[in-house]
Design a protein around this ligand. Structure first.
Ligand SMILES: [Zn+2]
Length: 233
């Protein structure tokens, strides 16, 4: 009987520790989220945007609209841990993502993606045969025509996203200057991003060679450094 009580107590303690550690994690998460929100308010006073902290070890941050149409910015734990206590670099990331909202980049990009997907599905010969039931979707390898069309469309969306990145960087630096935040954090943030890009998996390495996102980051660093240096004197 004594053993049963002991096992019961041990189990209770086990559950309690689990509950406490997840409560602690949630508490830390909400603290980080509110400090990110505070930085966002300082950078873009009065601008309606919700900061979401994602407790996952991924080097990422992005702007999106939730199902209620609320403008959101997601920042991952993996990104914050790489930036450490460099608040200037974190400010740049927040300002950059807010700028995507201010310039309506997500809206334009999602429309372009939708149109290009629709156009691609509409004209590709494979889809026509599939619609007649001659081939199950996905069972036919893509023909050269589809590959070329898809490639051209990806190049188009790629061009738009390049343009958007430069625009978001530029207005992020302006935002930092307006809020009296040291804009040199912008250069450090992009340099860190380039380092993170430098240790990719095979797929990313291939992707970068095709779409040239690595040169893009170097170009972003050059532009931002010129902008930061240009009007600080
Ligand atoms: Zn961006």
């Amino acid at each position: 009987m004594g053993w049963l009580v002991l096992i019961g107590v041990a189990f209770g303690v086990f559950i309690l520790i689990g509950l406490l550690s997840s409560a602690k994690e949630a508490y830390t998460g909400s603290q980080i989220q509110s400090s990110l929100a505070e930085r966002a308010r300082a950078l873009a006073p009065g601008y309606p945007v919700a900061l979401k902290y994602v407790s996952e070890p991924v080097f990422n941050a992005f702007a999106y609209c939730d199902q209620n149409g609320t403008k959101c910015v997601a920042i991952y734990q993996g990104l914050l841990s790489k930036f450490g206590d460099d608040s200037g670099a974190i400010d740049f990331v927040i300002a950059h993502e807010i700028s995507h909202h201010k310039h309506n980049h997500m809206v334009v990009q999602s429309i372009v993606n939708m149109l290009s997907d629709a156009a691609y599905d509409g004209i590709r010969p494979v889809g026509f045969f599939e619609s007649l039931g001659l081939a199950a979707p996905g069972s036919t390898p893509p023909d050269l025509f589809s590959v070329v069309v898809k490639g051209l469309m990806d190049a188009g969306t790629q061009w738009i996203s390049r343009k958007d990145e430069f625009e978001a960087d530029k207005s992020a630096v302006e935002m930092m200057k307006r809020s009296n935040v040291d804009p040199t954090g912008a250069v450090r943030a992009l340099q860190r991003i380039m380092i993170e890009e430098g240790s990719p998996g095979l797929f990313q390495a291939l992707h970068q060679r095709i779409f040239g996102s690595h040169p893009l980051t170097q170009e972003r660093i050059d532009k931002v450094a010129a902008q930061v240096g240009g009007s600080r004197a």
